[in-house]
Design a binder for this molecule. Structure first.
Ligand SMILES: Cc1cc2nc3c(=O)[nH]c(=O)nc-3n(C[C@H](O)[C@H](O)[C@H](O)COP(=O)(O)OP(=O)(O)OC[C@H]3O[C@@H](n4cnc5c(N)ncnc54)[C@H](O)[C@@H]3O)c2cc1C
Length: 452
């Protein structure tokens, strides 16, 4: 039976757009439905606007450091509405680029909420479209726990559109989004507390990295409160918020920001009309080929809950398009050695195994570490220190993990990821000539293992 489309993609986010464009480029008849914003989470309420706010927050330190280099500036003033308006303009420009990318590659774009009617039919704006295959790329959505007063709290979705910079912010959560937003609010001048119910934030990252970042954020005056959680939030007569913690303390704030996890976006998707299995955590279950339990329906990106990062969704989108429409170029996706950054101030950059993960996986490890004051800060009062760390397999000499906390860590780790993916040994790191003077050269001059 002939269908209207070869592929109907639900969601024009990172993964959906990539799959649609590649599939159309390979000659398939492709449609995309998008209910909110072209480009999805990353472009509109994720990576891109977040990084712009991080740049904005870093200027506070730049201005402070400039005096050490002979610059004298007047009093620095920050205007949140200007930053948000400029950010919004840039996002609108990117939305336009995404629209052109889709339409120029011959993809039919339907702007509206899509519902699956059966294994080969999708309904958007009351119209039904049939497709050989349906690809669910609907992403995720922030979750705020169901505590009394949760209606007074915001998530990352709203934080990007606040009318004013709050004077006092409570950031709740211990993942990378919480840590990044705490750095943003603090850097821009809000009195910021980060509350996390565990002992230390960024679970899953290398222990030394987590501790180093904790110490650096403390030095900057960010109020970190571990083993702390909010029981309820109340609006007070003067409009401010009072958050009562589980230990009975009451913290006052103008904004309570939750970054306590995301759920798959399956709302009103029509999954009850088809047999698509979910895993124990509620994400769509797929096999190695991104196929769900209904063979004509595939899924990728945040909604399958594997590695929730834009470059991973992009790679999954490309893999799906190739397998379906250009099988000779298909290669299975390799999820090992995915580099990642936390754009806190200072940044974290990391690739490969943490020391703890390496030991747990049975490696006998050698660890190399360097802690130093970045050259750029030597003429300033700023006491920030950088951490660089290599985790090496003592038997094979293979570098299992590279970790950094410091300026530009996110930029530096990308090149290291290529080396680790290629299987670089510590000896190859040692034989690589450094770039001088740079912070990155420390990664090739680490000579003595740390004794544990
Ligand atoms: C605050 C924040 C910061 C982040 N920072 C980074 C970062 O620095 N680096 C990084 O790699 N990743 C980052 N991420 C994660 C990244 O944004 C996601 O991993 C990525 O966007 C996932 O892509 P996706 O295609 O799976 O889904 P999404 O990009 O979420 O796209 C899904 C799209 O589907 C649409 N949709 C949903 N349901 C329907 C429906 N029924 N009909 C039609 N359309 C629908 C949605 O409106 C959305 O546009 C961040 C996320 C957040 C929230």
């Amino acid at each position: 039976m002939s269908h209207d489309f070869d592929l109907f993609v639900i969601g024009a986010g990172s993964g959906g757009v990539r799959a649609a464009r590649f599939a159309a480029g390979y000659g398939a008849r492709v449609a995309v439905a998008e209910s909110r914003y072209l480009g999805g989470t990353c472009v509109n309420v994720g990576c891109v606007p977040k990084k712009l706010l991080v740049y904005g927050a870093h200027f506070a330190e730049d201005f402070e450091q400039a005096s050490g280099f002979g610059w004298s500036l007047g009093e620095a003033n920050f205007d949140w509405p200007t930053l948000i308006a400029n950010k919004n303009r840039e996002i609108e420009r990117l939305n336009g680029i995404y629209r052109n990318l889709l339409t120029n590659s011959g993809v039919s774009l339907f702007e509206g909420h899509a519902r699956i009617v059966d294994a080969h039919t999708v309904e958007v704006n009351g119209q039904r479209h049939s497709a050989e295959r349906i690809l669910i790329a609907t992403g995720g959505w922030p979750q705020i726990p169901d505590i009394p007063g949760r209606e007074h709290a915001i998530s990352s979705n709203e934080a990007f559109f606040l009318k004013q910079l709050p004077r006092r912010v409570l950031v709740v959560g211990g993942g990378y989004i919480a840590v990044e937003f705490a750095s943003i609010f603090h850097g821009l001048g809000a009195h910021t507390s980060l509350l996390y119910r565990g002992d230390l934030f960024l679970r899953g990252f290398d222990g030394a990295v987590r501790e180093h970042l904790r110490d650096e954020l403390n030095k900057k005056g960010l109020d970190l409160q571990f083993n702390a959680d909010i029981a309820n939030i109340e609006r007070q007569a003067d409009g401010s918020l009072a958050a009562t913690l589980k230990d009975g303390r009451v913290l006052e704030a103008d904004c309570v920001f939750y970054a306590t996890g995301r759920r798959p976006m399956l709302d009103n998707l029509g999954l009850e009309n088809v047999e698509v299995k979910l895993d124990k955590r509620g994400y769509i279950e797929v096999d190695d080929l991104f196929q769900t339990s209904t063979p004509s329906i595939l899924a990728l990106g945040d909604v399958i809950g594997r590695v929730q990062l834009t470059p991973v969704a992009l790679a999954e989108g490309m893999a799906v398009a190739r397998r379906l429409f250009k099988p000779e170029e298909y290669r299975p996706l390799d999820y090992s050695m995915i580099p990642t950054a936390v754009f806190s101030l200072p940044n974290i950059g990391t690739v490969g195994l943490s020391e703890e993960q390496a030991i747990e996986a049975g490696h006998k490890v050698k660890v190399f570490e360097s802690r130093f004051r970045p050259m750029k800060l030597t003429l300033t009062e700023n006491p920030e220190r950088t951490l660089m760390k290599l985790v090496v397999d003592a038997g094979s000499d293979r570098v299992l993990g590279c970790h950094m906390v410091g300026p530009e860590a996110g930029e530096i780790v990308q090149g290291l990821a290529v080396a680790l993916k290629a299987g670089a040994t510590k000896q190859i790191f040692d034989e690589t000539i450094g770039v001088h003077p740079s912070a990155a050269e420390e990664f090739v001059t680490l000579r003595t293992p740390v004794s544990r």
